[in-house]
Design a protein around this ligand. Sequence first.
Ligand code: NDP
Length: 450
Amino acid sequence: MDYIEQAMNRAEKSNCKTDTNFFQALKEVLVSIRPLMDAHPEYKTHNIIERIIAPNRAIHFKIEWLDDNNGVQVNNGYRIQFNNALGPYKGGVRFHPSVNPDILKFLAFEQIFKNAITGLHIGGAKGGADFDPKRKSDKEIMKFCQAFMTAFYNSIGADIDILGGDIGVGAREVGYLFGQYKQLTNSYDSIITSKPLALGGSLGRTEATGYGLVYFTQTLLEDKGETLKGKICVISGSGNVAIHAIEKLYDTGAIPVTCSDSKGTIHDKNGIDLALLKKIKLERRASLEYYATERKSAVYMKKDAYTDDSSHVWDIPCYAAFPCATQNELCEVGVKALLANDVKVVAEGANMPSTPEAIELLQQHKVLFAPAKAANAGGVAVSVLEMSQNNSLHYLPFDVIDNRLKEIMGRIYKDIKEVCETHDMELDLLAGANILGFQRVADAMIMQGV
Ligand code: NDP
């Protein structure tokens, strides 16, 4: 049994028994870094795998808050500060009833390598709470955010750990979290990104993950002599990432025809009406059902056909598919439907949206595959630009940020391609991304000693 297998066995026997999402993320990284480990025996000498797969610190805290009826509510809050070899911890906060230590551990683990791939100096972390923001009043959201920050504000800081948005945490929540930190510490430090512009947010941050996803996909396709122009695209999700991916797809001349939420899918053969989608999801915070009542060309399909797949999105014939909702939403059954319709490219906007079986099937059929660690790194990259603007008090115009984002996504693609060439591999963006991120973190760990 070699070093990688030993590490995987030990992880499976110990902390991974119930951490199925974390173990899935871990296995994917460890399996793909084999060429790197063969070329660098020093990583084994320094026992890098054992050290990199355990979080530096995992904080679990209780959040007590008062609802609108003065009822006392209790939630679980977490922050996983996984690795800070490259810089201060950095990663979003998720508010969703499904949040648990396993999900946050997988997200924080992925974040280490994604952040490293950007080439920027940030470590990896993730946090959140099992709080459901749906059907809560604005005041309840504010009370919850304040209680969340009060419970762990002394574990973060502008040079220690910087938060950001994720599922259930948008500009409104970020504003309340930031306000409470300021209240508790009397400081305006940049401890959270994705802030509203009025609080020192960056132009282009809201759009960055979705736009970056499309820039990365365009770079990959251009390298293959292809383009998105005139191509039918399917997108899952209808939150921040999905909406801005759809927006940028239109700019490229593509035709995005689907979006989905936790209840169902919209197929609009004329192309998604972006203004209507924004009105329903961002202003009214309502279900997609209403989209079909206002648009004749659209069909609404309730989420009931699959038990293990996100929706009907993958049944719609397309050239490119963009899973942008949540983890493990694209399973084997979804890939089979995509393959039956001759899909050419799958690019991940959400974190770990494809199951291992789904990825294997895509790779077997030579479908171009852009993994989340690289393809959705635009969000965190612009978050770092937000941090640097906060520190310098010099704020940049939208087009400057957008050009930097484009450059960063192009560089990520080029760096990963070079890694594949160095290791005599065919272009495998998943393995290349894992090797690139792992190597940068491992080298920094070795330089800092044990
Ligand atoms: P949002 O909260 O803005 O949107 C999430 C969307 O996904 C909502 O439309 C939600 O539906 C839908 N959704 C959630 N669960 C399911 C499900 N099981 N089936 C179908 N749809 C579902 O989150 P974001 O857009 O910010 O994040 C989406 C993904 O992208 C996550 O994996 C996140 O970690 C990742 N990501 C986000 C970044 C960012 O900058 N925001 C950066 C990098 C990655 P409903 O409206 O019904 O709740």
